[in-house]
Design a protein around this ligand. Sequence first.
Ligand code: F6P
Length: 369
Amino acid sequence: MKTSRIKRIAINTGGGDAPGLNAVIRAVTIAALNRGWEVLGIRDGLNGIFLPHLYPDGGVVPLTRERVRGITHLGGTILGTTNKGNPLKHPTQRKDGTWYEKDRSDEVVRAFKTMKIDALVAIGGDGSLTIAHALAEKGLRVVGVPKTIDNDLDKTVVTFGFDTAVSFATACIDRLHSTAESHQRVMVVEVMGRYAGWIALNSGVSSSADVILIPEIPYDLQKVAEKIKEREKEGSKFTIIVVAEGAKPKGGTASVVSKELGRAERLGGVGERVANEIQQLTGKETRCVVLGHLLRGGTPTTFDRLVSLRFGAAAVRALEQGKSNVMVALDPPTVRYVPLEQVTGRMKAVPLDCDTILSARDLGISFGD
Ligand code: F6P
């Protein structure tokens, strides 16, 4: 463990944005400044330090008390973020014109040394924390902070951003109930959740949805159609279906929009797919609403603000204690530090026997299985 005195740290935000990023940035900055450390913010993931030629006005910016004042409640990230620019898989062209993904992490570590940055607080999901882990393995002092609205990071009870996304999705589905009932329609609501159905599950149960389709439980739309017909017989002429973007039919695959070199595949379209098939199977008018990026915006809930501020301050305490290659994790009533190698490359799926799934089934909610 390296315990040399810290003089200058950097913060970066990578991957999809999530409500609470600015609160983490503020907490890290103030806690570090209070220890007499200098704080720099890297723009757009690691691009600001890795690809400096893209930033003629500076890819790395000083973070002062003034710069982080009044940002706790703001969505997005004042540093910018990106889903491209992964230095471990940098799209590079061969002489023959073909492309491949090149590991350029050594250059990133060198750039940190050149700028005399002693440590990095890396705020991100699995992709960004995998990069952070690789940099830590190469000798950079790194503490990770778990971010993603999808809540699919392992070893932390929750990631910040999730509570805000679930709260907003719940409010949206509440609004769809009255229009679905008035028009006697089936409404399909597509929410984010690539590999894990946490947002769909928690918002669906909270808003009394009738059907919830998640990646962990491949669906059979015949079963969903039966559920809709059962409801009709009982006098409920409308149905609300919540579907996670990564949900897939039994024996089928998730709906992929595109796959580009150097970034994760883009998902989308499952809501429309489900709506079309349900209309055909039931003869009922079926409409689809995609909440998508609306779930990533807006002011963080009190829960997310508090967790973000606690994560940020805890990351600075970890650096002060000489820790590196770890992630701050929520383990109520406290936070703890988990080795990054125990977090990256895994995924926290919804356990099929968790009490929320069991309770949903007890409440008569169908998972299309
Ligand atoms: O943050 C995770 C996530 O919200 C996923 O649910 C979704 O698939 C992805 O981000 C979308 O990312 P982008 O905006 O880069 O397409």
